[in-house]
Design a protein around this ligand. Structure first.
Ligand SMILES: Nc1nc2c(ncn2[C@@H]2O[C@H](COP(=O)(O)OP(=O)(O)OP(=O)(O)O)[C@@H](O)[C@H]2O)c(=O)[nH]1
Ligand SMILES: [Zn+2]
Length: 199
């Protein structure tokens, strides 16, 4: 199976277990689980939850290793504005935003689509934004062994918007830099390029 295969078939045993849990939660919050509009909801919710957490079954390093090509290009490669959707591990509510990833090749480049795939593998788990940032950074650093790698994530957290402090406009930015991006000029060039509007 491809290491990034999307979840199309659901393990029925696990789906049924999760479905039962959702039915119990719905019952506990005061809903009538038997009413027409809700008959299939526990199953839909179970499938949605398994879809959103399928990253546990995927191997990000394998994804990168599967599309590495020897190449002498050694300038910065930036993939910016990668949409991401994850679930915060404290409330299991979504956080979502954009990831910007850059690396400086060291004899190998990687298939461009694999970077967003790596972002998805780690985003589709219960996460905190800081760990998500480092998971992506370390995966690329350990697998591709580039001269440098940088990851910036900007995200809004539903647990801070819909409940809790109820701040609808705050955005959290996290970043990680390795290798040549630890030098201030390289880091600044990357930060300038991801904030540039090229349209
Ligand atoms: N550092 C970090 N914190 C997060 C992330 N997602 C959610 N949180 C925070 O996790 C914290 C959990 O704090 P608790 O005091 O245990 O939970 P709580 O009572 O629900 O907190 P409030 O949200 O302030 O109501 C909150 O401050 C959330 O804002 C994340 O990705 N990174
Ligand atoms: Zn939260």
């Amino acid at each position: 199976m491809a290491p990034y295969r999307q979840l199309e078939e659901y393990n029925m045993e696990i789906t049924n277990e999760v479905k039962e849990h959702f039915a119990n939660i719905m019952n506990d919050i005061g809903e009538d689980v038997e009413r027409e509009g809700l008959i299939k909801t526990p199953e839909r919710a179970a499938k949605a939850m398994l879809y959103l957490t399928q990253g546990y079954k995927q191997n990000a390093e394998e994804i990168l290793r599967g599309a590495m090509f020897a190449e002498s290009y050694d300038d910065m490669v930036i993939i910016k504005d990668i949409e991401l959707y994850s679930l915060c591990e404290h409330h299991m509510l979504p956080f979502f935003g954009k990831a910007h990833v850059a690396y400086i090749p060291n004899g190998h480049i990687v298939g461009l689509s694999k970077i967003p795939r790596v972002v998805d593998v780690f985003a589709r788990r219960l996460q905190v934004q800081e760990r998500l940032t480092h998971d992506i950074l370390e995966c690329i650093n350990n697998t591709l062994k580039p001269k440098g790698v940088a990851v910036v994530i900007e995200a809004a957290h539903m647990c801070m918007m819909m409940r809790g402090v109820q701040k609808q406009n705050s955005v959290t930015t996290t970043s990680g830099f390795r290798g040549q991006f630890e030098k201030i000029e390289t880091r600044n060039e990357f930060l300038k390029l991801i904030s540039a509007d090229l349209s």
